[in-house]
Design a protein around this ligand. Structure first.
Ligand SMILES: [Fe+2]
Ligand SMILES: [Fe+2]
Length: 140
């Protein structure tokens, strides 16, 4: 797989995730107004959690390959590091746990869930800025 295909695949997944995050955000508000069943809300968070986990695994796989391809000779090519993997693990865990805790304290849940959605968006924006772009993610 060349660098362009990797970029296209990951950016395509980011676009889909942004749409899913926006929908989840709107539904959190609907749920908070009592317009959406908890069961449906939970399912939506679970779906987002699965999609994000799947994307992160794929990203680690693809960027890990690109890193090996780059052979570490050019520091600009270090695109999947342990810190990034740790952040994936944290976000995946947070998302999975948040889905389970929604009925305990609804107002707090709404608040932390929205914060988490912001973190997910920020993670993607940062990696597009630093890794997933034509300057860094390129063929050797
Ligand atoms: Fe990432
Ligand atoms: Fe990503």
């Amino acid at each position: 797989m060349n660098a362009r295909d990797v970029r296209d695949e990951l950016l395509g997944q980011h676009a889909a995730l942004r749409t899913q995050i926006a929908r989840t955000r709107g539904d959190i508000e609907a749920w908070s107004r009592g317009e959406l069943e908890s069961l449906q809300m939970r399912k939506e968070v679970d779906d987002l959690s699965s999609a994000m986990r799947k994307h992160n695994l794929r990203e680690e796989e693809l960027l890990g390959d690109m890193f090996r391809l780059g052979d570490g000779r050019d520091p600009g090519r270090v695109i999947m590091d342990d810190r990034h993997r740790d952040e994936h693990a944290e976000l995946n865990t947070a998302l999975a746990l948040k889905g389970a805790a929604m009925d305990v304290e609804p107002a707090a849940w709404e608040f932390v869930m929205k914060q988490l959605l912001e973190q997910l968006l920020e993670h993607m924006t940062n990696e597009e800025k630093f890794f997933i772009n034509a300057d860094v993610l390129r063929d050797p």
